[in-house]
Structures are given as structure tokens and as C-alpha cells.
Design a protein around this ligand. Structure first.
Ligand code: 088
Length: 231
């Protein structure tokens, strides 16, 4: 039967896309990525600055997700803490896979490769970036996928599981219709997006990345320590 996006769903897409487009990392941070010299130390510091800025952007974006602010306040924090890494993997993948104007992509990739991260995390991370790139997601799909990742009910310490599940279900219904309408030649497209559960394993790798950086006496910003429970 014909797939129809309702008026409410269109309004939802518009609100989420506007929030997604509005919240970008400030130019002065991304400009540094091109200017500073290369050393593992400098790369780590720059990536820490980008990650901190990305968390701030993520918090602002999340506040604009329709319905998020009506969730229990502690659950809002639990959802942000539980999804930050995955949302940042999605965002970094979207940025690295789209050919950014001023050759940012190569520079970013180079700085990630040379930031003191061990090889064992590099491979899964860049495979993930490659698989995201191959999906050629539209802006709406990227914004909705990030929203759905944030609204994952089974994060640690979430109390009103059903309230979050209802909100996530609403977004999944919209994404499902969008995929059918925007990728008519590929009926399996929505299922492929769902298979991004690799995100969960990357979350696991990331915890180990943090530990290995920490043992090499790398410092994180207060915001990153708070959102990632780093001492
Ligand atoms: C603390 C730091 C060393 C770190 O720890 N884990 C990761 C980490 C890593 Cl190394 C990979 C994936 C996720 C995380 Cl948290 C990182 C680096 O984090 C990021 C965060 C965001 C990133 C990047 C790279 C790109 N982006 C997105 C981006 C870049 C430039 C502009 C914009 C924009 O929206 O305008 C967005 C790195």
C-alpha cells in the first residue's frame, strides 16, 4: 500500500532537521584542525577539543528533540550519558564520509589515526566509517538516526523505560517511511540502518580507548569526564 508521511510526521522531521543543521561545531574549533602542526600530543588535544565541542552540540540538539524535555530529568541525563559516544561515532562518520569542503576529511582522519589510539580500535572504527559512507544517508535520515540512538530506552539508570520507548517508536516509524520513500530502489535500506548495531561494539571499544589513553596519562576536559564517567 502507498506509504504516506502524515502532517505531524512532516513537522517532526522539519523540527529535528532544523536542530541537526543548526548545531554544528564552531568554526574556530574546526579551523584549528587545519592549522595546528601534527604530533600525537597535538592531535589528541585537538580531538579532545572537538569531542568537547561535539558534546555541547549534542546536548543542544537533544534539547530540541520534540518530547525529550518532557521526559523525567534524570532520565534525560541517563540518555545523554548512555548515547554520547554512539551519537559522536555517528556524527564523526557523517562528517568524515561526506567530502567536507576544505579537505577537512583527510586532516580529521589523519589526526584520529595519529592520536595515540591503538591499532586494534582503528580497524573497526574506520570500517564503521566506510559502512556509513556507503549508505549515502540523507540529512533527514542522519538526523533521525542520531535521534533514535539518543532515545534508546535500555541505557543504564533509565527509569521510565516505556516513555522513552514510545518516543523512540515514533521516530522509528518516521525513519521507516522515509527510507521507503527516499530509497525506493532498495527495500532493505531501513534494515541496513538498523544493523548499525556495530555502534554498540564501538561503544565497548571506546571504553577501552579511554582506559589506554588514561594509562598514558592523557587528560580529558571536565565535560568529557562527566559524560564518560572518567575519574
Ligand atoms: C577525547 C578525544 C580524543 C576523543 O575520544 N574519543 C573520540 C572519538 C573518536 Cl576518536 C571517534 C569517534 C567518536 C569519538 Cl567520541 C575522540 C574524538 O572525538 C571526536 C568527536 C567528534 C568528531 C571527531 C571527528 C569528527 N567529529 C565530528 C565533527 C568534526 C568537525 C566538524 C563537525 C561539525 O559538526 O561541524 C563535526 C572526533
Amino acid at each position: 500500500e502507498k506509504v504516506e508521511i502524515t502532517k505531524e510526521q512532516r513537522a517532526l522531521i522539519k523540527a529535528i532537521l532544523a536542530a541537526y543543521d543548526r548545531h554544528q561545531i564552531p568554526q574556530d574549533v574546526t579551523k584549528k584542525l587545519l592549522q595546528e602542526q601534527y604530533s600525537a600530543e597535538e592531535n589528541f588535544l585537538l580531538l579532545t577539543e572537538v569531542a568537547t565541542s561535539q558534546v555541547q552540540v549534542l546536548v543542544e540538539f537533544t534539547k530540541n528533540i520534540p518530547g525529550f524535555l518532557s521526559l523525567d530529568r534524570e532520565d534525560q541525563i541517563a540518555l545523554l550519558k548512555g548515547s554520547a559516544v554512539e551519537a559522536m561515532f555517528l556524527r564523526s562518520a557523517q562528517v568524515l564520509s561526506k567530502k567536507m569542503p576544505s579537505g577537512h576529511t583527510e586532516v580529521l582522519e589523519e589526526r584520529i589515526r595519529k592520536s595515540g589510539m591503538s591499532e586494534e580500535f582503528m580497524t573497526p572504527m574506520f570500517n564503521f566509517y566506510k559502512s556509513i559512507g556507503e549508505l549515502h544517508m540523507t540529512q533527514e535520515e542522519q538526523a533521525l538516526l542520531t535521534t533514535i540512538t539518543i532515545l534508546t530506552p535500555d541505557r543504564p539508570y533509565v527509569k521510565s523505560h516505556e516513555a522513552v520507548e514510545r518516543l523512540q517508536e515514533t521516530m522509528l516509524n518516521v525513519l521507516r517511511k522515509l527510507c521507503v520513500l527516499q530509497h525506493p530502489q532498495e527495500p532493505q535500506y531501513f534494515a541496513r540502518l538498523g544493523r548499525l548495531t556495530e555502534l554498540r561494539t564501538l561503544h565497548h571499544y571506546h571504553a577501552e580507548m579511554l582506559t589506554s589513553w588514561k594509562t598514558n596519562d592523557h587528560k580529558f576536559t571536565p565535560l568529557l569526564c562527566e559524560i564518560w564517567d572518567v575519574q
